[in-house]
Design a binder for this molecule. Structure first.
Ligand code: ATR
Length: 275
């Protein structure tokens, strides 16, 4: 049988942990396949997309800066990609190039694993209004949360998401008095990355039953999560979202639904700490 091949493409791409994740699963399940990191400059990306089949790929992941072009150029898109307005995975089906989005599955899968029952914790406060925020809001809506409060520095971007997602979603310029009855607080901005200690919302204002999640995973314990822990709130870090978003792609390309194990997580944690 021909070896199955998939990839992650971005520019740059050397930092990507996806090859480690998929490589771990290929090895664990003894699958004859490969997963490559491919650096493609923006000017070459359309050509890269149109030659996937000729190059023998089943599909792959797409990351910065190719997500928008991928969204525009695929022939078909799954429902989540349409709702979120971004494509992070590609696959070929009978010669047709599909684009999908698994970031929202990563978000929900991570909370299912580490904070079961999270979908009963509405209202939810979401910090940020970019692509990551759209994936989180889609997950919240799919799981039935009907009070989603988007907080963004640029209010107009939060308002755009209200228009996109409709009923049950509201836009705000500051977290202020939104936290007192919130059961979920989710950071989707880059705040907290690389030691930035600015907090866009103070977990001290949340009720005792609230869950605080960050999608940033470098560092694993962001200032927001540290502040939430100090108040004895339940916290979920961002690494699980990265691991869980990889599941649907692997299943599609290699034909086996993989498991996010403690061993896999430990391997990626070690990689983060080594850098
Ligand atoms: P992504 O696709 O990763 O979500 P993005 O679309 O660039 O990235 O969105 C980044 C989000 O982080 C935005 O909500 C942005 O706020 P603005 O819309 O006001 O720009 C937010 N963000 C980034 N840096 C920030 C900062 N220093 N303070 C507050 N919000 C910040």
């Amino acid at each position: 049988m021909v070896e199955k091949k998939a990839f992650v493409t971005g520019h740059p791409i050397a930092h990507s942990r996806s090859p480690k994740i998929h490589g771990y699963w290929l090895n664990t399940y003894g699958i004859d396949g490969s997963y490559y990191a491919i650096d493609v400059a923006p000017a070459d990306f359309p050509e890269f997309l149109s030659s996937l089949e000729a190059n023998g790929y089943q599909g792959g992941n797409v990351t910065i800066p190719h997500k928008e072009v991928a969204f525009a150029q695929v022939e078909r898109r799954d429902e989540a990609a349409e709702m979120i307005g971004a494509v992070n995975m590609l696959w070929l089906d009978d010669g047709v190039l599909w684009g999908g989005n698994s970031d929202w599955i990563g978000f929900a899968g991570n909370l299912d694993e580490h904070a079961p029952g999270w979908e009963r914790k509405a209202p939810a406060v979401v910090l940020g209004a970019g692509g990551a925020s759209r994936a989180v809001i889609h997950a919240l809506k799919v799981r039935g949360i009907n009070d989603i409060r988007i907080v963004n520095r640029t209010l107009a971007r939060a308002q755009e998401l209200v228009d996109r997602f409709g009923a049950g979603v509201s836009a705000h310029g500051a977290a202020g008095d939104l936290l007192g009855d919130a059961g979920l607080l989710i950071n989707t901005t880059a705040l907290g990355m690389h030691g930035d200690a600015t907090l866009a919302a103070d977990p001290a204002c949340l009720p005792a039953h609230a869950i605080v999640a960050d999608i940033v995973y470098v560092p694993l314990k962001t200032p927001l999560l540290a502040a939430a822990r100090a108040r004895n709130l339940k916290t979920v870090d961002g690494l699980g979202m990265l691991l869980h978003q990889a599941v649907p792609g692997f299943e599609r390309w290699f034909g086996k639904r993989p498991e996010v194990t403690a061993e896999l997580r430990q391997m990626i944690v070690a990689d983060i700490l080594a850098k």
